[in-house]
Design a protein around this ligand. Structure first.
Ligand code: MRU
Length: 331
């Protein structure tokens, strides 16, 4: 059984989901009960582990077929966060190459899936400590969306960096954007910052320019759903606007993400930006706010070009958003 927090219910209620099948995992991802790129990678791996664990088949070919079916189901949930695709491709790739008995094969697949989950917790902690070196005593740090422990197996990425700096005793102030339309900032980041007792101020997304002009931001740290080898960063809608504003105000703009968020293959024009239902914009907390029969555009992510990114914080080190630097950390 896959047990995780239902992120649609926070901060009002802390509800745990108990997902018994890959279909239930896929549904939870689609409904954004499970969200955040690294957590999507872990959930995908666990859906494959469920498939192997529950399978009644007695042959490697049969199990491989079932794993591929689960992979297809999960890959059809949300198109942008690459961790989801990377996890499935990694497990299926290793499974294809495996040689041994059927029992060994089944154990091997489950082990590989669990390794992905365990690795996520470790790498996020490591990158958070590395990133914390960039945060100084007294810094005012802006973050967008939610890249905290809720979005990962443990610790978080951008919020992990902030948390690590705070736990080191640095007196920091955080500015968190509400993140329209699904309010991951107001609901989830504010929940995590409050729980950690990190001083913070919640703002609406359209206040970023003004708070920067007023000197309320020294650094920006955000997470990522996909980082291309060209250095382009795909993250929650609004990230690009924040990066442009940061450049204008000469504020360093950092992206914190594990190397599992790097897409080694795609070119920028190949990236699929998820478009979500108009209802998310037409309504607010279940209450209709716009007239009927109007046109709505609801992209969930945007693309920040490398020239706006000061550095990428990964578990392997802090690098520039260049193909050479990214190649180096991938080894
Ligand atoms: O649509 P979401 O909530 O899944 O989008 C999440 C983000 O954009 C996060 O910033 C990103 O996944 C990094 S999470 C560590």
């Amino acid at each position: 059984m896959v047990v995780t927090v239902d992120q649609t219910k926070l901060p009002k209620k802390l509800v745990y989901l108990k997902l018994k099948t890959p279909k239930e995992v896929a549904k939870a991802i689609k409904e954004m009960r499970i969200r955040g790129a690294p957590l999507l990678g872990a959930a995908s791996a666990l859906a494959l582990a469920q498939t192997a664990y529950k399978s009644k088949t007695k042959t490697k070919e049969g199990l491989l077929r079932e794993l591929k079916k689960t992979g297809k189901l999960i890959k059809a949930t949300r198109p942008t966060a690459v961790n989801l695709f990377n996890s499935i491709d990694l497990v299926l790739g290793e499974a294809e190459k495996f040689e041994g008995t059927f029992k060994e094969f089944k154990d091997f697949v489950i082990k590989k899936c669990l390794e992905i989950v365990e690795a996520d917790a470790k790498v996020n902690y490591t990158l958070s400590l590395k990133g914390a070196e960039l945060i100084f005593d007294g810094d005012k740090v802006l973050t967008h969306c939610n890249a905290g422990d809720l979005a990962t197996v443990q610790y978080g990425t951008a919020l992990g960096v902030i948390k690590a700096a705070f736990r080191q005793g640095k007196k920091i102030q955080v500015v968190a954007t509400e993140t329209r339309p699904l309010l991951q900032g107001a609901r989830l980041t504010a929940f995590e910052l409050k729980r950690e007792r990190i001083p913070f101020t919640l703002i609406t997304d359209n206040m970023v320019g003004w708070v920067m002009q007023k000197g309320m931001v020294d650094k920006v740290v955000v997470g990522a759903d996909r980082i291309l080898m060209s250095g382009h960063v795909i993250n929650k809608i609004g990230t690009y606007s924040i990066a442009v504003l940061a450049k204008h105000h000469r504020i360093p703009f950092y992206v914190a993400a594990p190397t599992s968020t790097i897409d080694r293959k795609s070119r920028v024009e190949e990236v699929v930006i998820e478009e979500r239902k108009p209802e998310e914009i037409l309504s607010f907390c279940g209450c209709r706010i716009a007239p009927k029969n109007i046109k709505v555009y609801n992209p969930a992510f945007d693309i920040t070009p490398p020239e706006l990114v000061t550095g990428i914080i990964t578990e392997k080190g802090i690098v520039k958003p260049t193909p050479e630097d990214l190649e180096k950390i991938l080894g």
